[in-house]
Structure formats: structure tokens, C-alpha cells
Write a protein that binds this ligand. Sequence first.
Ligand code: MG
Length: 372
Amino acid sequence: MSDHVIERIELYLVRMPLISPWRTAYGSDDAVESLVVRLFIDDLDGWGEANAFQQPTYCPEYSRGLFDVATRFLAPRLIGRPIGTGNEMQRRFALYKGHPFAKAALDLAWWDVAAKRAEQPLWKFMGGSSPVIRPGEDFGVTDSIDLLLDQIADAADRGFPRIKLKYKQGWDLPMVRAVRKRFPDLTLHVDCNAAYTLDDADMFAELDELELAMIEQPLAHDDLVDHARLQERIRTPICLDESITSPDKARKAVELGACGFINIKPGRVGGITPALQIHDYCLAHGVPCWVGGMLDSGLGAHAAAALATLANMKYPPDIFPPSKFHRQDLATPALALSDELTMTLPDTPGLGCVPVPTRLSEMTVETATLEV
Ligand code: MG
């Protein structure tokens, strides 16, 4: 009889070059650096991945920090231990404050093993009812509003179910007004990436008139209270992203009335285990959720896509085929849009993909192994 002891942990800091730099309100990255983890339990192995940006701009973590924390603190808490559930793993992590992205890479690898043990694809093992997801399309800042309108027209023609627009000072109300005027019926929302304060409440009251599906993370990255105040003033649902770093933060946000939507990224909340807790809590309290990604390789993208199959995921996810941004996807088989609009998750047990060994060795910057 096996006892689910974690016998070996391999950790990799990988650097995955992007086709073109990724620009957000937080800066520009020319590569994605990820923590990739391989866990060996009984006679099975599983893979996990998490990446923050290269600098602590989206959140306090950054990718090289993930590798350091996981190698020095988190993995030693697991090695040689029997870990039978995701909650048991999270309890082993609880000694260390914060660092949800680092914890997530190990948690995801545990779920890959657990789904393989159950001989089920991860999406089904997590409770999803269909392997098909329909992502939305996102637009950042373009050189002109006219260019943006042309790009949105193309996405709308292709049938994307919703459009997300980055929103920041200098690329704000006039841009959304122009989009709404040209596309009166399009499902549309804006992502502010924490760029505003309550002093901007009047601007949000004007934005409130533009029939957006939601306004994503308008205020500070760790705030709940000011979001609740803003939500009192506008009828468009606020969606919290950066602010939701744990199931406890999600509960507090809902109790305060700080949001009408929650975006769940497995990395940002600490893995699949806390992501499922947030999903179930929100389902019970009538708060819809949706899934976002972090430009992961296929490993992280498959995990996020599996999460997007759950019942309370009520808005098209931000999940992109890695080939759209990465020069080469670390993982195989590729997660791809089958007809430009839908992704069908694999029916094989577990996560459904693994790193290509040659690519893993080419992309690895640093590696560590712990063994019983
Ligand atoms: Mg966001």
C-alpha cells in the first residue's frame, strides 16, 4: 500500500522568450520566467508551474523569488511527508506567510499526480462537466484608437464572446466611449490594474454609463474597503483580481460588498486547492467568477483552463495558447484554439501535458532537486 509520500521534488527556474515584449501598466517584459516543479509520489509524477513577472510589479512576488522560496522553504516542508490532499499540502505551507505563486507551483504538481492516480483528466477530477472552454480576447494600449477599433472589429467578426480592454491614465474614457459607440452590443470590460484611487470616483461614475460587463481592479492591488465604497456608487460590477490572494480575502471581499465578480488565477491565490475553495464559496454566495492566466507555458495554461470548466465560471476566461506569445511552448501537447474560438482539454489522466525534455534543459536557468 502506498502512503502518498513525496519522494522527490525537482525545481526549475525557466526563462521563456516572448515573440514580442509584454506591455502593461506595470512595464515591459521580454521573457516569462516561471517556476516549474516536478513532484514524485508513489510511482507517479506530476508537473506544476507558476510565474509572477520578473519584477514585483503585478504583486509582491517575482519569478526568481518563487524559485528561491520554493527551494529553500516550501519544498523542504514537503519532502518525505505523506501528502494525501491539497489541504494537507497547504497546511504544510502555512508556516510561511504569503508567497501564493511559489506555493501554487507545488500545489498544481500535486493535483497533476492526484488526477493521474484517479485516472481522470484534471478538469474532470476538479469537478468540470465539459472539456470545452471559450476564451475572450484582450487588447492593450495601441498606437491609436482607430487601430484599436479595427482590431476589435476583427475579433468581433471572428466571434470572440467578449472583449477586455486595458485601461489607464491617458487611455481611458474617450477610448471606451469610442469602442462603445462603434460596438453598442459587444460584451466589453476594462482592466485598470490598480491604477486609480477613490479620488477618481467621478470618472468611474461616467464609465458606469457605458454598459460594461465589469470594471476590473480599479483601485489598489491589496485593497478591499475602498472598492466597497466605489461599488456603492456604481452599478457596473467591480471585479477583483490583484486583491484576491487567498480564500480568506475572497470571503472578506464578498462580505464587504467590494465586488460583483472575482477573477481567479491559480498562481495568485496559491494553487488549485485555494482556487477551488474560492470558487465554491463564491458559488454559494451568488458571486460569479472567471479565470485568468499569467502568460504561463502550456503547463500553467492547462491548469488554468481546467479551472475554467467549473460551474461558477460565468465569464469567458483569459487563457491564450502559449504559441500566441511564446517563441516556443515549453510543454506538449500544445493547448490550442481548435476553431479559433474554443479550446478542448485533453482526455488523458492528469494535467494532460508535460515539458519537452530538450526545451526544458535549454530554458532552465537554475535547478534544484530534493530527495528522500
Ligand atoms: Mg487583471
